[in-house]
Write a protein that binds this ligand. Structure first.
Ligand SMILES: [Zn+2]
Length: 560
């Protein structure tokens, strides 16, 4: 162990530009940050300039916005693979190479689709696309027919850790399930995390759970307050082509949303009242309700096969008994590509989203590759694709990891780390749910970074970034990012920078590289992640999720 690490971690940070007050003797004893000298020296080589050059190249117009399945995206992947090779890292992709092929399918629901509610008595409801409903055929067939009974399943959630089961063992194979978005409302942190959104509240979970149980379709009831966004958002994100991973498991012929008024009519045909049914769903005693209606659908889709690649490299661990375990770093390289039919600047360069994360990942890879010693466990570096298509590259990686998920101690992800100068805060939302959190706290302290808590846990940001794909297969995972307090500015300034970016540049062609960007904070986030990763790769015990966490079950099954 490196004796000077306690004091000098602060020095390393100082080089990155932050003020470093002298450590008091008592503070020095209290902190338990321990990096070996070789690790510390490697960490100190991490530099803002290296990150800058990667961002400069990856965000260049020649890369045409790094679109998934587009030429520019493939160039980015090859660039990243080349860097990994230069750093002496071992390929961990397919067939002894750095690339891991991700098979993808683009689905567009065509106008020939028919969507009809047929009650046992009374007149049928022929629904209008986009106005009344949106639907995708997730079986990835060009045509599917469906004629099935509709069952109301409340929130459609089965969560043993909260003693909640909307299905109550009812056989829903071959049925269409009508259900609500979000989760049972609560202020109790021990019940669906109180106001915070858990994955059970996300519509993606509801589709997945229904498919696992053998249902053939899902109809989600849209209500603005419950979904926290209006019908327009549902409509806009459910029109045109939607990308999926090539099918590997059960899937729904109909994955759909309907307007509230449509659902009202649908249940009224069975003599039921939707408001009352929504109230009933808030009870643990809720039981599925058979409706006297069927969904008759003829799904017609355009199905386009395409592919992209994750880029994966490994630094083998030094300990013979632990090197088959790993710590993983991730950052997505894809962005929105080029829209050739759009006049003016039509290249979505994605400088901040997420050339910055790639620059950090590459700088970490370089630092680890150049270290004079190696940590006990192996280190995986994965730059994933198709994040903007719905975390698809990381989902594929989670399902096909180079080292089994149960043997991966930790995933640290970087996504859109703003080049705004010397960060004085760090955001690590989700870290507090892992057994690794005390280390995160101690390291943040050592780096003079205060931990900024998630401002809007009810918005479910945790479920919208690549680390989530790895959490759901059981790997303790979170993203590292800056907060809003930067050196020389107050927090309001930082918040204003974020707001301006979100309004003017987020997912716009203007998210471009500028020479006056300051990568000091990006470098600090890389160093912080380096220290965390090294420790997780060296500690005797594997990191886990805390007891009762929604990912604990996935971790347990991954460990078997
Ligand atoms: Zn994005």
């Amino acid at each position: 162990m490196f004796a000077g690490a306690l004091a000098t971690l602060g020095m390393a940070w100082a080089e990155a530009g932050a003020p470093v007050p002298a450590l008091s003797a008592s503070k020095r004893e209290a902190v338990s940050v321990k990096l070996p000298a070789a690790a510390f020296a490697a960490m100190q080589t991490i530099s803002p300039d290296h990150i800058r050059w990667h961002v400069r190249f990856l965000a260049h117009d020649l890369l045409e916005g790094r679109g998934t399945g587009q030429h520019g995206g493939d160039i980015a992947a090859e660039y990243i693979a080349t860097q990994f090779a230069e750093y002496g890292l071992k390929p961990a992709g397919d067939n002894g190479g750095y690339l891991q092929k991700v098979p993808l399918v683009g689905i567009t629901t065509l106008p020939a689709t028919k969507f009809t509610i047929v009650p046992k008595q009374g007149s049928t409801l022929e629904l209008k696309p986009l106005e009344d409903y949106v639907a995708y055929d997730q079986t990835q067939q060009a045509e599917s027919d469906l004629d099935a009974d509709i069952v109301y399943v409340g929130y459609g959630i089965e969560a043993t850790e909260y003693s909640w089961d909307d299905y109550k063992g009812v056989d829903v194979r071959g049925k269409v399930l009508l259900m609500l978005v979000n989760e049972p409302p609560s202020d109790d942190p021990a019940f669906f995390k109180g106001k915070a959104l858990t994955y059970y509240g996300r519509w993606t979970y509801k589709y997945e759970e229904a498919a696992r149980k053998g249902a053939v379709g899902v109809i989600l009831v849209h209500q603005t307050e419950m979904a926290s966004y209006p019908w327009e958002v549902v409509r806009n994100s459910n029109s045109g082509e939607k990308s999926y991973l090539k099918l590997e498991g059960p899937a729904l012929k109909v994955a759909s949303w309907v307007q509230y008024a449509v659902a009202e009519k649908l249940v009224a045909g069975s003599g039921l009242d939707l408001q009352k049914m929504m109230t009933d769903a808030r009870s643990r005693d809720f039981h599925p309700v058979n409706l006297s209606a069927k969904l008759k659908a003829h799904m017609v889709s355009d199905v386009r096969q395409f592919e992209s690649n994750n880029v994966v490299a490994m630094l083998p661990g030094s300990d013979r008994n632990l090197r088959d375990q790993a710590v993983m770093y991730t950052a997505h390289y894809d962005h929105l590509g080029i829209r050739r039919d759009m006049p003016g600047d039509n290249i979505y360069n994605g400088a901040q989203d997420n050339a910055t994360g790639c620059g950090i990942l590459l700088e970490l890879a370089r630092a680890y590759g150049g270290a004079k010693e190696r940590p006990a466990r192996s280190i995986l570096f994965a730059s994933v694709t198709a994040e903007e298509q719905g975390l698809l590259g990381s989902e594929y990686l989670g399902k096909h990891p180079p080292i089994a998920a149960g043997k991966i101690a930790l995933d640290l992800n970087y996504d859109d780390v703003k080049p705004l100068g010397a960060a004085e805060e760090v955001e690590v939302a989700g870290a507090e749910r892992t057994t690794f959190y005390p280390w995160v706290e101690a390291t943040a302290k050592e780096f003079r970074l205060s931990i900024r808590p998630d401002a809007r846990p009810d918005a479910g940001h945790y479920y919208r970034s690549d680390h989530f794909s790895l959490a759901r297969v059981g790997i303790p995972a979170f993203s590292i990012n800056e907060g809003i307090k930067f050196q020389g500015h107050d927090a309001a300034w930082g918040a204003a920078q974020y707001q301006e970016f979100n309004e003017k540049h987020y997912h716009q062609p203007s998210d471009e590289y500028h020479a006056d960007m300051d990568f000091t904070g990006d470098s600090a986030m890389a160093r912080f992640g380096f220290a965390l990763g090294w420790e997780a790769a060296s500690s005797p015990k594997l990191t886990g999720w805390q007891k009762g966490d929604e990912f604990e079950a996935a971790r347990k099954s991954a460990l078997q």
